[in-house]
Write a protein that binds this ligand. Structure first.
Ligand SMILES: [Ca+2]
Length: 448
C-alpha cells in the first residue's frame, strides 16, 4: 500500500469517528492542512466541472450556512486565503456546520466548477433542466468522507472594504461595507418576495453612486423585512454573478442601516458609469446567453444592456425548449416607448472579422430590430448619442419570417470598419401598434 493510500484510509476512518460525535469540542486533529482555499481554487477550469484527484487537506471556518434560509443546501467556508461555496445535499446543515466551526476538508474526489463566476465545490455533475451538465451537490452519504468537524473558533472578522475595492479574492468571504444605503428606487417593500418565494435583488449604493446588489431569497427569514431606508454598514458574503457584484446577508443583524442617508454625488455617478468593467477590445466572441436566467435582464461579460427611456424596458433573457436567448418587446409596456440596446463588448475591427447571429420575431407588427455599428460610442452611457450605422448585408427576422422561426444572419463581414467599436442590437417599439417581439441568439464574432 502506498503511503498516499494509507494516509487516505486513515483519514476516512477518523472521519467516521468524527461523524459519530459531530459536536465533540475536543476533536481529533485529522491531519495538518496541506493546502489553502486559494490552492483549491487553482483546480478550477473555466467552463468545466473538474474532479479533484489530488488529496488536499484544507482547514477553513464556516462563515455562512442554511440556518436563516438565505443559503440553501450550501455552506460557505473561509480561510486566510479566501472563501468558497460548498454544495451539500442535506437540510439543516447548520446543526453540524455552525458558523465559526473549523472544518477540515479532504478535497480528493470532490468536484469544482462555478456558478456564473462564483467558484463552487460539490459532488459529481448532474444535468440541469436545460440539459447542461452542472456541478452536483455532494451526496449526503459522502459529506462525512470529506468534511470533518474541528473546533469552534468563532467567525473571522469581516473584511471592511468599499464597493469599488471588492475583488476576486473577496469572493465567498465575509465582508463589511460601510457608508452604504439602499438606492432611492429600492427603499420600499421587503427584502424579498416571501409570498411568491422569490429571490429579489435590491441595489445598495454608496455616496459616490457605486452600486452592488443585495440578493435575498424568498425563503430567507429576512424576506419579509422592510427595506431599511437609512445609511450604515452591511455585513455579508460577497459573490459575483457574471460581471455583477452581489451580497448575501445571513440574518437581519447583518444590516445596520439606521444613520441618516448620505447625498449621492451625481457627478461621481457619471464618473463611475463612465468606467465600465472592461474596455479591452476583443477580436472574437461567442455569446449564446445560456448562463442567463429566464425573465432576468440579459447580462453577459462586458456586454451592455441599456435603455435611454426612464424606467424603460431592456433586453430580457427568455428560455424556450432549453434554449436561452435575448428578447425585447413592447407588448403591454406601460412606458411610452421601448428603446432597448444590447451592445457587444468592444471589438477590434482591424483584424478582418465577421459576425453571425440569428434572430426571430413573433406577433410581428413592425420592424423593431436594427443591428448597428459604431466606432465612436464610448462603451457606456446613452448609446443613442453616438453615431451608429446599420450593419450592411445582414438578414434579419421580419414580417415575412413567420412566428418564432430563427433566421440566420449570414456571415457578415466587418472588414469595412476601422479601429475599435461596437455592434448593437437595438429594439424600438411601443405598446400602441408597435409591439412586435424580437429575439437574438448565438452571436459569434470571428476571423473571416
Ligand atoms: Ca441560446
Amino acid at each position: 500500500m502506498s503511503s498516499a493510500v494509507a494516509q487516505t484510509r486513515a483519514f476516512s476512518t477518523s472521519a467516521i469517528a468524527q461523524e459519530i460525535s459531530p459536536q465533540a469540542e475536543t476533536p481529533v486533529i485529522l491531519s495538518n492542512a496541506t493546502h489553502t482555499i486559494a490552492d483549491l481554487k487553482e483546480y478550477f477550469v473555466p467552463g468545466e466541472i473538474t474532479k479533484i484527484t489530488d488529496q488536499l487537506i484544507i482547514k477553513a471556518v464556516v462563515v455562512a450556512n442554511d440556518e436563516h434560509g438565505n443559503f440553501y443546501k450550501k455552506i460557505v467556508l473561509q480561510d486566510e486565503t479566501g472563501g468558497i461555496v460548498f454544495l451539500l445535499d442535506r437540510h439543516d446543515l447548520f446543526t453540524t456546520f455552525e458558523e465559526g466551526r473549523e472544518i477540515s476538508i479532504g478535497a480528493k474526489g470532490l468536484y469544482i466548477s462555478d456558478y456564473s463566476g462564483t467558484i463552487q465545490v460539490g459532488g459529481a455533475p448532474t444535468i440541469d433542466k436545460k440539459g447542461n451538465p452542472r456541478l452536483g451537490q455532494l451526496d449526503d452519504r459522502l459529506i462525512a468522507d470529506h468534511l470533518f468537524h474541528g473546533k469552534q473558533v468563532g467567525l473571522p472578522k469581516a473584511n471592511e472594504v468599499t464597493i469599488v475595492e471588492l475583488g476576486p479574492s473577496d469572493i465567498s468571504t465575509l465582508v463589511k461595507l460601510c457608508g452604504v444605503q439602499f438606492s432611492p428606487n429600492d427603499t420600499t417593500g421587503t427584502l424579498a418576495d416571501a409570498a411568491a418565494q422569490q429571490t429579489i435583488s435590491k441595489t445598495l449604493v454608496d455616496c459616490n453612486a457605486n452600486e452592488i446588489f443585495l440578493r435575498t431569497s424568498g425563503y430567507a427569514e429576512v424576506a419579509t423585512v422592510s427595506v431599511p431606508d437609512g445609511s450604515g454598514c452591511v455585513t455579508a458574503i460577497y459573490g459575483v454573478y457574471q460581471d455583477k457584484k452581489q451580497l448575501h446577508i445571513r440574518t437581519g443583524l447583518d444590516l445596520s442601516l439606521s444613520e441618516a442617508r448620505c447625498e449621492i454625488d451625481a457627478s461621481a455617478a457619471l464618473a463611475s458609469t463612465a468606467t465600465p468593467a472592461s474596455l479591452v477590445p476583443v477580436i472574437s466572441l461567442k455569446e449564446d446567453f445560456s448562463s442567463n436566467e429566464n425573465y432576468e435582464p440579459v447580462a453577459a461579460p462586458n456586454w451592455l444592456n441599456t435603455t435611454n427611456v426612464s424606467k424603460g424596458r431592456t433586453w430580457q433573457a427568455r428560455e424556450y425548449n432549453g434554449n436561452v436567448y435575448a428578447q425585447a418587446t413592447a407588448y403591454k409596456d406601460d412606458a411610452p416607448k421601448v428603446d432597448a440596446w444590447l451592445v457587444t463588448p468592444k471589438i477590434n475591427f482591424s483584424e478582418g472579422l465577421q459576425i453571425s447571429f440569428r434572430t426571430a420575431t413573433a406577433f410581428n407588427a413592425h420592424q423593431g430590430l436594427e443591428v448597428l455599428v459604431s466606432t465612436d460610442y464610448k462603451g457606456s452611457g446613452d448609446p443613442s448619442t453616438a453615431t451608429w450605422t446599420p450593419l450592411k448585408g445582414v438578414e434579419l427576422a421580419n414580417a415575412t419570417s413567420g412566428n418564432n422561426n430563427w433566421v440566420p444572419s449570414r456571415n457578415v463581414s466587418l472588414a469595412s470598419y476601422k479601429g475599435e467599436g461596437f455592434v448593437a442590437f437595438r429594439y424600438t417599439g411601443s405598446s400602441a401598434g408597435k409591439a412586435s417581439t424580437f429575439r437574438v441568439d448565438d452571436v459569434v464574432i470571428s476571423k473571416s
